[in-house]
Write a protein that binds this ligand. Structure first.
Ligand SMILES: *Cc1c(COP(=O)(O)O)cnc(C)c1O
Length: 356
C-alpha cells in the first residue's frame, strides 16, 4: 500500500534526495569509496559541504556577511549555544510553544530572561501580537513555527536588538529576509534533511560581545573559522541536505515551495473548516502551513482512536497529534506531494460519511 508520510520529524524527504544519498553510500560521486568511509577532510567531502553551503546561501538569498554552519547537537543544543554566545546582560524571548519554552529555560542558566509575551494562557493556540521588544536586551528570540501546536509567525519582525530565530520546522518554506536576523538555526530533520545535523546562519558582528569564556565546541567562532570542520561533522546528513537543496532549486526555489505550501495547507484547512466532525485547534490568523493541528468536535471525541485506525488502514502515517494537544497533526513539509494531502482529505470524508 502507498504510504502518505505526515511525520512531524524526522519526516518526508524528496525521493530523489534519498535515492542519490543511497547511491553515495555505495560510491561517493565516483570516487570508489562510500560516503560513509571517506575523510571529512577529503576533497570529495569538501565539495559536498561547499555545495550545500552555496545552495543554502543562494536559495535563501543570504547576505555576504553571514556564515552558514552545519553542526551536531540538534536545535536543542542551540537553545544553549545562543545564550552562551550572546547573552551578557539580558535576553528577550517570545513564548509560543514547548520549544520556545525549552529555549527560555536554557537561556535562564546564563542570565535574566524577559518573556515579552506568551500564548501559554490558551495552550499556545495563537501567536501573541502587540508586544514590545526591550531595547536593552542583547537579543530577541522567536520560534517561527511551533511544530507541536501548529502556529506560525510568518513576518520577519523589525527588532531594535539582534533577532534570533528557531526555524527548525519552517525553514525554506517561504522567502525570509535574512538581513533582519542576526542568527537563524534549526534541526535539519523537519524540512531540510535527515536527523543528525543542525543548520546555523549567523551574522559575524553579533559575536564576540560576551565576557564569559566559551568552550571551544560551543563557540560559533570555532565553527566559522574552520568551515564547520573543526571536528568531524555529520557527513552523511550533510550530503542528504545538499541533495534536498538541489531538489528544491530544481522545483523553482523557495518561492515555488511557498506557493505549493499555501495550496496544500489551504486544501486541508478548508476541509477541516467545512467538516461536521473535525475542527482546527489554532486561531485562524496564526495557523501554520507546515503542521496542521485538528481534533474532533466535542460530540465525536470518542471516535478519535477509530479515525486513527481507519487512516492507518489507508496508508496515513504520523497523523497522531502530540500529547499536549491531542487529536491529529498532519505535517505538510515541502517534500510532501499534494496528492497525499488529498488522500488524507478523502480519508476524512469517508470516515465522516460513515460516522457522523
Ligand atoms: C524539532 C524541533 C526542535 C528540536 O530539535 P532537535 O534537533 O531534536 O533538538 C526545536 N525547535 C523546533 C521548532 C522544533 O520543531
Amino acid at each position: 500500500m502507498k504510504k502518505h508520510n505526515f511525520n512531524p520529524g524526522p519526516s518526508i524527504l524528496p525521493k530523489i534526495a534519498i535515492e542519490n544519498s543511497a547511491k553515495a553510500v555505495l560510491d561517493l560521486d565516483g570516487c570508489g569509496l562510500s560516503l560513509l568511509e571517506v575523510s571529512h577532510r577529503s576533497k570529495e567531502f569538501q565539495a559536498v559541504i561547499d555545495e550545500a553551503v552555496a545552495l543554502f546561501k543562494e536559495l535563501m538569498n543570504i547576505p555576504a556577511n553571514y556564515h552558514v554552519l552545519f553542526l551536531g547537537g540538534g536545535a536543542s543544543l542551540q537553545f544553549c549555544m545562543v545564550p552562551y554566545n550572546l547573552l551578557q546582560k539580558k535576553a528577550a524571548y517570545l513564548e509560543t510553544g514547548s520549544w520556545a519554552h525549552k529555549a527560555i529555560k536554557e537561556a535562564q542558566l546564563f542570565g535574566p530572561v524577559e518573556v515579552v509575551a506568551s500564548s501559554s494562557d490558551k495552550n499556545f493556540n495563537y501567536i501573541p501580537k502587540n508586544f514590545t521588544i526591550p531595547t536593552d536586551a542583547d537579543y530577541f528570540h522567536v520560534t517561527t513555527n511551533n511544530t507541536i501546536f501548529g502556529s506560525e509567525l510568518r513576518v520577519d519582525l523589525d527588532s531594535p536588538v539582534p533577532l534570533v530565530a528557531d526555524m527548525s520546522s519552517d525553514i525554506l518554506s517561504r522567502p525570509v529576509d535574512v538581513s533582519k536576523y542576526s542568527l537563524i538555526y534549526g534541526g535539519a530533520q523537519k524540512n531540510l534533511g535527515p536527523a543528525g545535523v543542525t543548520f546555523v546562519i549567523v551574522k559575524e558582528d553579533v559575536l564576540g560581545k560576551v565576557t564569559r569564556p566559551i568552550p571551544t565546541m560551543l563557540n560559533y567562532k570555532t565553527h566559522i573559522k574552520d568551515g564547520s570542520l573543526f571536528n568531524t561533522p555529520p557527513c552523511f546528513a550533510i550530503y542528504t541536505c545538499k541533495e534536498t537543496l538541489k531538489w528544491l532549486k530544481a522545483q523553482g526555489g523557495v518561492k515555488a515551495m511557498e506557493e505549493m505550501d499555501i495550496r496544500k495547507s489551504n486544501l486541508l484547512y478548508d476541509a477541516i473548516d467545512n467538516s461536521k466532525m473535525f475542527v482546527g485547534t489554532v486561531e485562524k490568523e496564526s495557523r501554520s502551513r507546515m503542521n496542521i493541528c485538528f481534533v474532533m468536535k466535542e460530540q465525536y471525541k470518542d471516535k478519535e482512536a477509530a479515525f486513527l485506525d481507519f487512516a492507518k488502514g489507508k496508508g496515513m502515517v504520523g497523523i497522531k497529534g502530540h500529547r499536549s494537544v491531542g487529536g491529529f497533526r498532519a505535517s505538510l513539509y515541502n517534500a510532501l506531494p499534494i496528492e497525499s494531502v488529498q488522500a488524507l482529505i478523502d480519508c476524512m470524508h469517508e470516515f465522516e460519511k460513515a460516522n457522523a
